[in-house]
Design a protein around this ligand. Sequence first.
Ligand SMILES: *[C@@H]1O[C@H](CO)[C@@H](O)[C@H](O)[C@H]1NC(C)=O
Ligand SMILES: *[C@@H]1O[C@H](CO)[C@@H](O)[C@H](O)[C@H]1NC(C)=O
Ligand SMILES: *[C@@H]1O[C@H](CO)[C@@H](O)[C@H](O)[C@H]1NC(C)=O
Length: 781
Amino acid sequence: MVSKFIRLSVYFLLPFNQMCCCVSGVCRYPLGMSGGQIQDEDISASSQWSESTAARYGRLDFEEGDGAWCPEITVEPDSLKEFLQIDLRSLHFITLVGTQGRHAGGIGNEFAQMYKIKYSRDGSRWISWRNRQGKQVIEGNRNAYDIVLKDLEPPIIARFVRFMPVTDHSMNVCMRVELYGCEWLDGLVSYNAPAGEQMTLPAHPVYLNDSVYDGAVIYRCVMTEGLGQLTDGVCGLDDFTHSHVYNVWPGYDYVGWNNESFPSGYVEIMFEFDRTRNFTTMKVHCNNMFSRHVKAFRQVVCYFRSESDWEATPLSFSPVVDEKNPSARFVTVNLANHMASAIKCQFYFADAWMLFSEITFQSDDPTHKVDDSNTRILIGCLVAIIFILVAIIVIILWRQVWQKMLEKQLVDIPSYSVTYCVPASTSTAASKSTTTTVVQDGVPHYAEADIVNLQGVTGSNTYAIPAVTMDLLSGKDVAVEEFPRKLLTFKEKLGEGQFGEVHLCEAEGMQEFMNKEFLFDIPEELPVLVAVKMLRSDANKNARNDFLKEIKIMSRLKDPNIIRLLAVCIYSDPLCMITEYMENGDLNQFLSRHEPEGQLALLSNAPTVSFNNLCYMATQIASGMKYLSSLNFVHRDLATRNCLVGKKYTIKIADFGMSRNLYSGDYYRIQGRAVLPIRWMSWESILLGKFTTASDVWAFGVTLWEILNFCKEQPYSQLTDEQVIENTGEFFRDQKRQIYLPQPVLCPDSLYKIMLSCWRRNTKERPSFQEIHKALLEIQP
Ligand SMILES: *[C@@H]1O[C@H](CO)[C@@H](O)[C@H](O)[C@H]1NC(C)=O
Ligand SMILES: *[C@@H]1O[C@H](CO)[C@@H](O)[C@H](O)[C@H]1NC(C)=O
Ligand SMILES: *[C@@H]1O[C@H](CO)[C@@H](O)[C@H](O)[C@H]1NC(C)=O
């Protein structure tokens, strides 16, 4: 006991962080690994060597069990599989960590020479800690008994922390750890702000970016979902070109913006909090070096959001503009006891530059004053959990019933021969082509809470429709019939993806399976061309469920300009979906083979398409999209490659494009996120992950542009993928620097005007498909 007290006082004698003006100087309390405040159940690990070296024995200075946490297997160099995890139950500001090996009274001699730290505020997004120079690895212990303490620079704001032992040779590692800091009373979970900029001084550039931001910096223009420089507890110096921190670039401590980049005259920062709080003040640490055209803000206007609504009347505050004292200072803004879980503030420039180094929030925190409210919250939580569990059970039962209904049919006909799409001559080739499916790995998708996402068979994620529509669509039984596989003859592979393939097949006797409404289109007897989407037999359950859902949705879509689902093969594996296919293939290839009418075409003897027919095709696409949008169905990948051409220039919208190698150049893989057709995507889809009918309208504008160019050129062909994304940033900033697709030679002003209206920044100002359809009908002579 005595030794523990001595050690405690040692912590406080450690040299305090010189540069802190805010919290980190006093915020160095042990958070309860050694003291026991952290409960056993909140300490977990990737694995354990034995019960006596479980995670709960990883407490600094404890000798219980076998004396430390030890993972199950030897830690190998470069394998970061093992970790010891601590759940602090609420957000904490963590400034220091301590580690120790396994001594066990002299029996043990295992310790971590190095380790990394990962942390998370919500338990799902994990961030690797780096020091101010960008280094992740922390020097750990040299023997099994000494405690080694390391300052975290920058400090961490997190609820969950993981220690991950790192070695340079394979060795046994055991750890005991402690975290030091204090509770994060600001409650700030993230701030979103425009990225900081670069200032050019005669001597050297000053980098005013947020150097330690731990969220995403989207294409160097918007920072989202993270914390960084503004909450790292370090206040900048009066002269922003200098820093307390050793060996960093000029401007390190500040995030700064230039008024030329903000025509509105202000910088907007949005702050998100862990819960609704009663706010008293906000303190903004600003530079005021007016000799360099830097001043604190002239005015701030703050909006408050509690629950889901923004309060109508903002709070406004104008500090005195100080042109005498060049010191950096805290400007205090009285937030007048507004209740909010998010605050959005617009800081108005007082000069060419505005530089902040720290923003803190003070709120009255009732849960910390009245103890008994904790109990009430606990009871509330328990009740809520019980409700959620009941709801989950109901959903699971409901799903099982639904699945049984579909699978029942599989059981009924157990031995259906699996010969599908067999080429007339070589059946081996077909079986090969169905087993060698590689390409795209799991494509995570942008998701919104109220959207049902389906993993398409090709690994694309084409469908996104509101849950409500989903219910409507799946209300009735599947209206399509089972088709005998043996009547399908393989012709060509159209595409493939992680979960399956799309084949072009001929179907015999399909006429019987088609509703009467199709019959006029198809000559009797002749085999019909169909596209067959197939799910790999070894696809996982989720992919199967999504495939069945896709069938349900597709079976409800009935429009002359949308590809129809004709039949399915779900009695046996592999599950298949048979859809219409059109003899002229996709619109992109079709137009590439054709030329505009005119002298040139006459000379080269190339087949032509008249302007009227171009318009006719565009009008049909608009009509199909009008139908989809009336169901609130978002296509997400409208482009000429996804439109099929039939006889007499008829068009039907489909969705196979993503899976085709031919078009892989049209898609861009965002690191670890998704494969995206960025050249067709609206700015808000790329930057914010928002897919709506308005973003389909944007894609329609690009599709129209392709059509008028006879698909001879990729959109923005002169730009690289990265430049396309940068251009998206310009659409977002809207300072007239964005590049629009140029007016095609063939394109009359009236049509180009429609395209430009599809690319308006404000989604509400874009036309609806109804309006576009009407406008196109008027242009069409
Ligand atoms: C900020 O700018 C510096 C200097 O250009 C650069 O090294 C650093 O990577 C940038 N940091 C971020 C987070 O963009
Ligand atoms: C916020 O705190 C102030 C001061 O403690 C108190 O007077 C006020 O009633 C609180 N507001 C709400 C909505 O709880
Ligand atoms: C930016 O600030 C400078 C100095 O106050 C001023 O001269 C200039 O007009 C401002 N520019 C814009 C776009 O507001």
